[in-house]
Unconditional design. Structure first.
Length: 214
């Protein structure tokens, strides 16, 4: 029994030695080297993130400057909505007409420039309006024709891709009239004979690029 016990002790000792021999040994130098690698990777990641943030901030700053200049030069008001921006532009129409006036083309060109640079894949909705003269049905059709005249200009001039342009009509909608009840003929009511331009950027830009301009 004692012999067997000694044999068992001997075998047990060999087992312990064997297990110790298999265990990996980590030196302080190895440990410090691994920590240094992790620290370098984290610092590299921080630098890359900082570069991306700086780039986004720069783009936002450039966009804000362009929008402010656009607003000042053409008397444009800009409304921030959820995932979209609405541009109330000074594009108006003669009484009963859907023809785009030559004087109104530069503001559309400037608008297209902002879209191409900052929102190239955004859907642009052109909203057409009419003053309340005439029947509701006629004004609904007239508003649609005005909206289509603008989308046609933006696409045929090569400024924007027609795929991303939509035309809708609000006709004589009372809650959207700039001067309630104002109507032609003549220059009277011209403020209501207009279009509004909406950039729907929700699906094409990041939240960091959403800019509010009052």
């Amino acid at each position: 029994m004692r012999t067997m016990s000694r044999g068992g002790l001997v075998l047990g000792a060999f087992a312990v030695v064997g297990l110790s021999a298999c265990a990996p040994k980590v030196t302080r130098t190895d440990f410090e080297s691994e920590v240094a690698k992790i620290r370098d990777e984290m610092q590299t990641g921080d630098r890359q993130l900082g570069t991306r943030i700086d780039s986004i901030d720069s783009r936002i700053g450039a966009l804000e400057q362009q929008l402010q200049a656009f607003r000042s030069e053409y008397d444009v008001s800009i409304e921030q909505m959820k995932g979209a921006m609405k541009f109330n532009v000074p594009v108006h129409f003669e009484f009963g007409s859907a023809d785009l006036r030559e004087a109104d083309r530069p503001v559309l060109d400037r608008f297209a420039g902002v879209v191409k640079e900052h929102y190239p894949n955004a859907t642009i909705t052109v909203e057409g309006f009419a003053d309340p003269a005439g029947s509701t049905a006629f004004n609904q059709r007239l508003g649609q024709r005005r909206a289509e005249a603008v989308t046609s200009y933006l696409s045929t001039s090569g400024a924007l891709d027609a795929t991303y342009l939509k035309a809708v009509s609000y006709g004589e909608a009372r809650n959207r009239q700039i001067v309630p009840g104002a109507q032609g003929p003549g220059e009277a009511g011209v403020e209501n004979r207009r279009v509004a331009l909406v950039i729907d950027y929700a699906a094409s830009t990041t939240g960091a690029e959403q800019v509010s301009v009052q």
